[in-house]
Ligand binder design. Structure first.
Ligand code: GLU
Length: 328
C-alpha cells in the first residue's frame, strides 16, 4: 500500500494484531496503551493485520478485530493493511539477503532439529545452531520460494535500547540461532515481515508486549543486514496475566473481547477494568477512552513497567464477573 509522504515524515507507530482469534484483554491493554501514547504524542497510527499464517488467519477475524477496535474507540490513520495483500517487498528483501549469502534453504522440522541436536523437548523456542547450516552452495539462495529459509544470524551481542525497559543485551546466535524468515508453506515468516513492514511504512515507534523484547534483537540484526538505516524506537510493555500468573492467551474463549461485546459488556467497563488493573485508577469503575488516554504518558508507562515488574497486571475471575454482571 502507498503511504503519503506526510505519513512517512511523522512519527509513526502500528497496531499489529494477528487475526487468528478473538482479542483478549492483554491485547486490548497493549493497544489501548499504544493508541493513547500515540495520540498524545501526535504519532500516526497504522493498523496492520499480521495475516501471513494462512492456516490460522481469516478475513472474518480481520473484520471482527476492526469492529472491536472501533467499538473500543481505537482509531487509526489511513486504510488498514493486510500483510498477505502484497508479498513483493518480502521477496525483494529475501533476494537482497540471498545476494549477500545470508539466507539458506532449510525445511528441517522442529523434531528433526531436536533429533539432530539430541536436545530434549522443552516446548520452548528451539535454537537452530550454525552447525546445521548447509555447506556453501546452491542452498544459500532464494530460488525456491515454496520451501523454508533461515537467516544466518551473525554472532555477537546485540544491544536493545528500550524507552521503558532500559538497555538489554542479547546474543541471538547463541540464544535462538538462525530464525526462519520464509516458511515451509512458502510465506514470509514473522521476523522478516515485521522488519520489512516497519521499514516500508516508516514506523518510528513500536509499542508491543515485552514477550517480543528478544525479537527486537533479531529484528535489529535483520534490519541491518537489509541496510535499513535504523531500527524503530522500542516501547515494550508487560503482559497481562490471569489469576495463576499465566499470560492471557487466545484460547480463553469466553473472555475474549468479542465474547464480552456479545454479552452486552460496555467498552467503558472493559477500559475501566484495565485502567484499574494497570494502576491508573483506584477502583473498578467504567472509564471512557478519552480519560484513559489522558492518563497515559511516558512517565505513567515508566511507572507501570516498574510496578508490574514486582506485581504483574492480573485479571482475576472476580474481574470477569464484574464485567459480565453489568447486565444483571
Ligand atoms: N502480531 C503480533 C502479535 O499479535 C505482534 C507483532 C509485533 O508487534 O511485532 O503479538
Amino acid at each position: 500500500m502507498e503511504l503519503s509522504k506526510e505519513t512517512l515524515a511523522s512519527p509513526t507507530s502500528r497496531l499489529a494484531p494477528s487475526p487468528t482469534g478473538d482479542l483478549h484483554l492483554g491485547n486490548v491493554r497493549t493497544f489501548l496503551l499504544n493508541w493513547s501514547l500515540g495520540r498524545n504524542l501526535g504519532w500516526n497510527l497504522i493498523l496492520r493485520h499480521e495475516d501471513l499464517d494462512a492456516n490460522r488467519a481469516s478475513l472474518e477475524q480481520i473484520e471482527t478485530i476492526e469492529s472491536s477496535m472501533g467499538w473500543l474507540g481505537i482509531d487509526w490513520d489511513g486504510p488498514s493493511i493486510r500483510q498477505s495483500e502484497d508479498l513483493v517487498p518480502y521477496r525483494e528483501a529475501m533476494d537482497r539477503l540471498a545476494t549477500r549469502r545470508m539466507v539458506f534453504r532449510s525445511s528441517l522440522s522442529r523434531r528433526e532439529i531436536r533429533d539432530a541436536l539430541n536436545a530434549p523437548h522443552t516446548g520452548g523456542e528451539l535454537r537452530f545452531p550454525s552447525s546445521l547450516r548447509p555447506t556453501p552452495g546452491e542452498a544459500w539462495s532464494f530460488s525456491d520460494e515454496s520451501t523454508g529459509h533461515r537467516f544466518a544470524m551473525p554472532p555477537g551481542i546485540e544491544t536493545v535500547e528500550d524507552e521503558l525497559q532500559g538497555e538489554d543485551r542479547f546474543d541471538p546466535a547463541e540464544e535462538t540461532g538462525d530464525p526462519v524468515v520464509w516458511t515451509r508453506e512458502g510465506r514470509p515468516a514473522y521476523q522478516l515481515a515485521v522488519v520489512v513492514d516497519d521499514h516500508e511504512h516508516g514506523v518510528t515507534d513500536v509499542l508491543r508486549g515485552e514477550d517480543l523484547l528478544p525479537s527486537a534483537a533479531r529484528q535489529q540484526r535483520l534490519a541491518r543486514a537489509l541496510d535499513f538505516e535504523s531500527a524503530p524506537r522500542w516501547w515494550h510493555v508487560p503482559l497481562v496475566t490471569d489469576g495463576d500468573g499465566r499470560r492471557l492467551a487466545k484460547r480463553d474463549g469466553d473472555r475474549g473481547l468479542h465474547g464480552y461485546m456479545s454479552a452486552g459488556v460496555t467498552a467503558s467497563r472493559i477500559i475501566g477494568l484495565l485502567a484499574y488493573r494497570s494502576g491508573l485508577q483506584d477502583m473498578r469503575r467504567p472509564m471512557g477512552i478519552d480519560r484513559f488516554r489522558r492518563l497515559v504518558d511516558r512517565a505513567a508507562l515508566e511507572a507501570l513497567v516498574v510496578r508490574e515488574r514486582e506485581c504483574p497486571c492480573r485479571v482475576l475471575d472476580e474481574d470477569h464477573h464484574w464485567l459480565v454482571s453489568c447486565n444483571a
